[in-house]
Write a protein that binds this ligand. Structure first.
Ligand code: SAM
Ligand code: SF4
Length: 443
């Protein structure tokens, strides 16, 4: 979501003659688009600001200028506090008000005033989101995000999202379909639909009725030239039968689903206010695999949630062993100010959290490596959407979400091609384009 928001901020500045720089040293404006989900992310903002302060002083000494802005969830949560702590910051804005960035920059340049904008309604933001061109070098703009849903009403007891991103909001489906068509006309072939709880999507459709995510995907799949659809992040409770069936029926819907479960212990799931049990999650996995037998799953896990016993942690490892994930993100619980779990007295020792994290990561890494190794010899469609470091090398994503490195791929930039997987590493696989392999055999 932050990657998407950052790209939109860059887009918004294009008409004012700004373009992306490779390093902050070269920038006239530096925007830190921040994350508040864990304490580490928040601490990083202040250490980055310290570094920027020095850079800015150097620039000013040599007659240059550098404006510094803090946007995103830390901006939303801390507001004016940021300027009190780091007075050299020029602008602070939240995750729902970044469409005001050009106006804020213009004002600060005009009169040197500090800009603070913490408006909280996502609707106006989307009106400003027409995609311009802020492409990174070496990336062919074949795969794009579309934000379709924002905020959350679920209030998991560990999470700041409902406080920093606000209440759940779904964009109307007409605007989303128009944005998708516009992207496809410019050459996009893969779209990832984004939302904090994307499968809770219920935007108003052209028929005046609320559309589900399943309905939206079916309509998007009709767009000629759009080859791949993905969505993230989903909540298990919103994974209904209609959406599961869509995985079976719509070939353009890619067979990788990120479905965070957080814990395998019913006791902890209840304390987290997840409102589902481990068995329910396993039932969903079964249904998904029946609908789309080759579907692969990824997830998020929090270890060391307040009160988590060894038995609870063992239940998490058991769930991981039962499902078999192709990848997953693991975090130690980080108390977030203002969330109910932060006030819980049964906080777990950091050393225990870290031990459990290492243990769980080891298990997940073994599963990921096994998944990648099992792909050797298989032929998978890969969207070759960026240049690699080596001459003639392209990088891409398989339909299952694996990163794929392909050598001898000159002339195939931006295409979806069948790749025979020939090697597996921990986080990626390597392969050869099937046609070039056939050519070599013939030769
Ligand atoms: N909406 C998604 C869901 O319900 O699963 C997750 C979105 S959240 C922005 C991304 C991930 O951050 C969560 O799945 C969770 O694993 C992690 N996370 C959120 N709050 C956390 C906290 N206080 N400590 C550690 N990890 C946290
Ligand atoms: Fe946070 Fe996801 Fe829970 Fe919402 S459902 S509160 S975004 S973890």
């Amino acid at each position: 979501m932050n990657v998407y928001d950052s790209a939109r901020m860059a887009d918004l500045m294009v008409p004012f003659d700004y373009k992306l720089t490779d390093t902050s040293e070269d920038a006239d404006l530096v925007v830190l688009n921040t994350c508040h989900i864990r304490e580490k992310a928040e601490d990083k903002v202040y250490s980055d600001l310290g570094r920027l302060r020095k850079l800015r002083a150097q620039k000013e000494e040599s007659g240059g200028q550098m404006l510094i802005a803090v946007g995103g969830c830390v901006g939303q949560a801390e507001g004016e506090e940021i300027i009190k702590r780091a007075p050299y910051v020029d602008m602070v804005f939240g995750s729902q008000s970044y469409h005001n960035l050009p106006e804020m920059v213009a004002k600060t340049l005009r009169d040197g005033s500090k800009g603070i904008n913490l408006d909280f309604s996502p609707e106006p933001k989307f009106d400003f989101l027409l995609k311009q061109s802020s492409a990174e070098d070496g990336v062919f703009n074949k795969s794009e995000f579309i934000s379709i849903q924002e905020g959350c009403d679920k209030f998991c007891t560990f999470c700041v999202v409902p406080y920093t991103r606000g209440a759940e909001f779904s964009r109307g489906s007409d605007a989303i379909l128009a944005e998708a068509r516009n992207l496809v006309e410019r050459g996009t072939v893969e779209i990832t639909l984004l939302g904090q709880n994307v499968n809770a999507y219920h935007g108003v459709g052209s028929d005046g009725k609320d559309w589900s995510l399943a309905k939206l995907i079916r309509e998007l799949a009709k767009i000629e030239g759009l080859e791949r659809i993905r969505y993230m992040t989903s909540h298990p409770r919103d994974m209904d039968d209609e959406l599961i069936a869509t995985h079976g029926d719509i070939e353009k819907l890619m067979p990788l689903l990120h479905l965070p479960v957080q814990s395998g212990s019913d006791n902890i799931l209840a304390k987290m206010n997840r409102k589902h049990k481990a068995d329910y999650y396993l039932g969903l996995v079964d249904k998904l695999r029946k609908a789309r037998p080759d579907i692969t799953l990824s997830s998020d896990f929090i270890v060391g949630f307040p009160g988590e016993s060894e038995l609870d942690f063992t239940a998490t490892k058991k769930l991981v062993e039962t499902v078999g994930f192709s990848q997953a993100y693991t975090y130690t619980y980080s108390p977030r100010p203002g969330t109910p779990a932060a006030a819980n007295e049964n906080q777990i020792d950091e050393s225990v959290k870290n031990e459990r994290l290492t243990d769980l990561q080891g298990l997940i890494m073994r599963q990921q490596k096994a998944y990648n190794t099992a792909s050797i010899g298989k032929t998978v469609p890969v969207l070759l959407d960026r240049k690699g470091k080596l001459k003639g090398q392209l990088l891409g994503k398989s339909s299952y979400g694996q990163s794929v490195h392909v050598l001898d791929a000159e002339g195939c930039e931006g295409q979806i091609l069948d790749v025979v997987i020939t090697g597996a590493l921990q986080n990626s696989v390597s392969g050869v384009i099937q046609q070039s392999l056939e050519r070599k055999h013939v030769g």
